[in-house]
Design a protein around this ligand. Structure first.
Ligand code: NAD
Length: 294
């Protein structure tokens, strides 16, 4: 059993840390906001007074933070993980961030003698609560094997996808697919409604054929009921599509459809709806078809 410092106890980090506690690991958590800390305590996660207290003495440090600047500041900043982590301890970042930032962080930890993994996840809050996340990991195989019991407490699919930063590349690709599938769902609903067709019946039929998708299976009911509470906030998916487009730009990849979908996600944020679930793309699709802005 490992001694784990867990930084970032939000929607995802809280249930992930709780599952580590349940699996018998000695977890000490830290998160910035008071509300998050109170929720973590209620979930049975022991907390430290400061980030340094959570990190010192841990043989594994995990971060689950919103964006690249957050991870950079926590990992490399003054009094951050690199400055306080125990000799030879392992650092695992499970946030979704830029592959380039992830590689830079990995270089610094490796240079200081720390095994390091980028291990972003897919599966959402439900997957985190159930401990069945898909974890896509960049780093070396020996470190993954050494941390298998930690990883398996949070996820049921543990995939080694390559060197440092590769986990973030695959996660970015995952977010590209999910966003384009969501936009397809949004437009098929706008199309069916414009035709006066029964969207529910239409999507039930589509779901069984080649046009079916996990997005249609999981999102149709809530979208048609007008329920857009997160779930996965549009502002986080906007951040992920920025990561995709920046990475595409730096490698010269041409992604015209993803680029358009990224603009729709951006528009949700720009119109004050970044806190809604990413499936709120359907609201924009309806507005483009004449529905009153909501
Ligand atoms: P969140 O905003 O709910 O949680 C992030 C937590 O980090 C917050 O509790 C915040 O207080 C804490 N935090 C931020 N800066 C901090 C700092 N400097 N020090 C300590 N704590 C700090 O976000 P989330 O939904 O849990 O997502 C976390 C990451 O996981 C993101 O990168 C997101 O893209 C990714 N992700 C989210 C989902 C999802 O469904 N929500 C699914 C897969 C991946």
């Amino acid at each position: 059993m490992a001694t784990i410092g867990f930084i970032g106890l939000g929607v995802m980090g809280r249930p992930m840390a709780a599952n580590l506690v349940t699996a018998g690991h000695a977890v000490t958590g830290f998160s910035r906001s008071t509300a998050t800390r109170e929720a973590a305590t209620a979930a049975g996660i022991p907390l430290a007074e400061s980030m340094a207290d959570a990190v010192a003495g841990a043989d594994v440090v995990i971060t689950m933070l919103p964006d690249s600047p957050d991870v950079e500041a926590v990992a490399l900043g003054d009094g951050g993980v690199l400055a306080t982590i125990a000799e030879g301890a392992t650092y695992i970042d499970m946030s979704t961030i830029s592959p380039n930032v992830s590689r830079r962080i990995a270089e610094k930890f490796a240079a200081a003698g720390h095994p390091v993994l980028d291990a972003p996840v897919s599966g959402g809050e439900a997957g985190a609560i159930e401990g069945v996340l898909s974890i896509m990991i960049g780093g070396d195989a020996a470190t993954i094997e050494a941390q298998r019991s930690v990883l398996e407490a949070m996820g049921s699919t543990i995939t080694h996808v390559g060197d440092a930063g590769s986990g973030q590349v695959i996660k970015a690709a995952n977010q590209l697919v999910v966003a384009t599938h969501l936009q397809a769902l949004a437009e098929v609903i706008a199309f069916l409604e414009a035709q006066g067709a029964d969207a529910r019946a239409g999507l039930d039929a589509i779901a069984k054929g080649l046009g079916g998708s996990t997005v249609i299976d999981r999102k149709t009911a809530s979208v048609l009921a007008g329920e857009f509470g997160p779930g996965f906030r549009a502002e986080l998916h906007d951040k992920d599509l920025r990561i995709v487009m920046d990475a595409a730009q730096s490698s010269g990849a041409v992604l015209p459809v993803t680029s358009a979908v990224a603009q729709f996600m951006r528009s949700l944020v720009a119109t004050g709806r970044g806190g809604l679930d990413h499936s709120a793309l359907v609201v924009l699709a309806r507005e483009l078809n004449g529905a009153a802005a909501s």
